[in-house]
Design a protein around this ligand. Structure first.
Ligand code: ACM
Length: 259
């Protein structure tokens, strides 16, 4: 199956323009089975007030982002993961929507909030892994979650074969670190990052598709809005052997991990 990584530069608070850009970039990878867009893609990242966040927050099922992505997922027979600001009751989450040809599959709420996000968003408290889709199980993760090895380990133990990672990276470490995260869990990852400058923040691009053996299958530029695809084989993620006698699931020494 083909997975697509999409890199773009959202404009802060310009949702209509961002949705147009998302649709255009998704159009270039309409043949892919799964496509991943960056964190907070329809609204931008560097909010300066709760009013700004509230104005951009949307319902997971009926909001403008969800409506557009549901239409495109149905038309292209594709699964799409995309970061957005989710409104649920009184709370707003830095969330990631997963939609497929049959509609909304999940909204994952970022567990590990980064820096000023803590002023505007409530943290999530649960990870999510899908049922098999064309033989692959998708785990969801948003940006700074990667910094905690427990995130991808939890997703792998829950059964994920591929981690769909929507990001707005400002620190330089993640693309190289994903090699280790994928290797130690024997899973694929699609890290979809944004580019550009916003209110003094610089985002590093270098979106990436990483294989279970740590191979960097695709790495995008630092600056450009672009998309790329790679062919993934779920069997590689199902095989947890690193040597004939080392299976990373069977070799976990759970009794020795007590703190
Ligand atoms: C981040 O979590 N957006 C750095």
């Amino acid at each position: 199956m083909d997975v697509a990584v999409i890199q773009m530069e959202p404009r802060i608070l310009e949702r209509d323009e961002n949705l147009e850009t998302m649709a255009r970039l998704l159009g270039a990878v309409a043949h892919a089975d799964i496509a991943v867009l960056p964190e907070l893609c329809p609204c931008g990242y560097a909010f300066s007030s709760q009013d700004e966040v509230d104005a951009m927050a949307e319902d997971a099922y009926t909001g403008p982002t969800s409506s557009l992505l549901q239409d495109l997922a149905r038309e292209n027979e594709q699964v799409i993961a995309c970061g957005y600001a989710e409104r649920k009751g009184d709370a707003v989450y830095n969330a990631q929507l997963l939609v497929g040809p049959g509609g909304v599959m999940a909204s994952y709420r970022k567990v590990h909030l980064f820096n000023t996000e803590k002023s505007f968003f409530s943290p999530g408290n649960a990870f999510y892994v899908s049922q098999p889709y064309k033989g692959i199980r998708m785990g969801l993760m948003v940006c700074f979650d990667w910094f905690f090895p427990e995130s991808m380990r939890t997703l792998m133990l829950m059964g994920a074969d591929i981690v769909l990672h929507s990001a707005n990276l400002v620190l330089p470490y993640c693309p190289d670190a994903m090699v280790t995260r994928c290797l130690e869990n024997r899973v694929y990852a699609v890290t979809s990052n944004r580019t550009g400058y916003e209110r003094g923040l610089h985002f590093i691009g270098t979106s990436q598709i990483t294989a279970p053996d740590g191979t960097i299958m695709r790495r995008l530029s630092r600056e450009k809005e672009e998309a790329a695809t790679a062919c993934v084989d779920p069997c590689l993620a199902h095989d947890k052997h690193v040597t004939a006698r080392n299976d990373i699931l069977q070799d976990r020494a759970v009794g020795a991990y007590r703190l």
